[in-house]
Ligand binder design. Structure first.
Ligand code: ASP
Length: 346
């Protein structure tokens, strides 16, 4: 418990507020959309890195706490939400994606940054990767330590994200995830560790680049993931319900049936190994597919490919949470089972 530290931190943040509105028209414009998370988190103790409250600090304070941002960009902030990322829902996702598409159409904007809780950051990053039609950088950034912690990582992460979003070399690479001095592809990157700073990884595909003293460096020429689909969500008001089920020994289909009864239009199963399932589950998957409801079989292993399947659809490179995002977008797009299978299995 360290109330003195907290008030000192807040006072320092308040003193810097003037920088937030610092117009810097000769620099590239970067818009920051704040949604909450640990990067905007606060605790009464500067040693607390697990029991703090996420989504406490507003976008103006986030920006003014890093006055160096103005050396690289003309930064504008907008508060889209201020919550733990476990509360991010489809309304927020649709609003965010639509706002970003509009913002990036503005010639003066070089890129956008989304500040986000790390727990579901990869889902938002993947959603934006599939729904933003622009070659400009979309950078999703979070922090593993709240703003009030000793050695908080949010300030540097935000600076690096803004530098990336204002960098011409960051174009034509799809959405990117920034944490821990690394640049990851939003398409492949996932959270791999519950509490450690070096949690965001794409174990098979690696990083796109890294930051040296805050400056982005890429390992490759601009490139995008193979067969990355794009979905126009400009007219989408609601995404169809897709549920994720988890596999284990002796699993029965009760929850699969319950999900369908509850109105699920698609199912993702975090299967064992290569998307494997028990015989009773395979039978239930077949029946569900026969009713025209897609069942995508991903893996609970946390890594790897799931190959094409006879019962259900193999998820390919997509982990369960990414498969759910892709499946709900395909359903919103009105795609049939054959087209949906192609997104995952081709
Ligand atoms: N529970 C927090 C969130 O996702 C964790 C974080 O941001 O690191 O909002």
């Amino acid at each position: 418990m360290n109330k003195k530290y907290l008030s000192k931190t807040m006072a320092a943040l308040m003193l810097c507020t003037s920088f937030a509105s610092f117009a810097n028209a000769d620099k590239p414009t970067v818009k920051i959309y704040a949604t909450g998370g640990t990067i905007a988190g606060s605790s009464e103790s500067n040693m607390d890195t697990t029991d703090y409250k996420a989504g406490k600090i507003g976008v103006d304070l986030l920006i003014s706490a890093v006055p160096e941002l103005k050396d690289f960009a003309h930064v504008i902030g907008e508060q889209i939400a201020n919550t733990d990322s476990n509360n991010i829902n489809q309304n927020i996702l649709l609003k965010l994606s639509k706002a970003i598409n509009l913002q990036l159409a503005d010639a003066k904007t070089s890129g956008v940054v989304v500040t986000h809780g790390t727990d579901t950051l990869e889902e938002t990053a993947f959603f934006l990767d599939l729904t933003v039609k622009s070659d400009k950088p979309v950078v999703i950034v979070g922090a593993m330590r709240p703003a009030t912690a000793i050695s908080a990582d949010g300030g540097m992460n935000l600076l690096e994200a803004v530098r990336l979003a204002s960098d011409d070399d960051a174009k034509h690479r799809g959405a990117m995830v920034v944490l821990n001095d690394r640049i990851g592809s939003a398409f492949y990157t996932t959270k791999t560790n519950s509490t450690m700073l070096d949690t965001f990884k794409a174990t098979e595909q690696g990083y796109l680049g890294a930051f040296l003293s805050g400056e982005p460096h890429f390992y490759y020429e601009p490139t995008k993931p193979v067969d990355k689909p794009y979905f126009d969500i400009s007219h989408v008001k609601q995404l169809p319900k897709v549920k994720i089920l988890y596999s284990y020994q002796d699993q029965d289909p009760a929850l699969l049936h319950a999900a369908i009864k509850d109105g699920a239009k698609g199912i993702v199963i975090a299967g064992t190994g290569n998307g494997s399932l028990s015989d009773v589950m395979l039978e239930a998957v077949k029946e569900t597919m026969d009713k025209g409801i897609p069942v995508v079989r991903s893996t609970r292993t946390g890594n790897g490919f799931v190959t094409p399947k006879q019962e259900g659809i193999g998820s390919g490179v997509y982990n369960p949470q990414k498969a759910k995002v892709l499946l709900s977008l395909a359903l919103a797009h009105g795609d049939n089972l054959k087209t949906i299978r192609n997104y995952f299995e081709n």
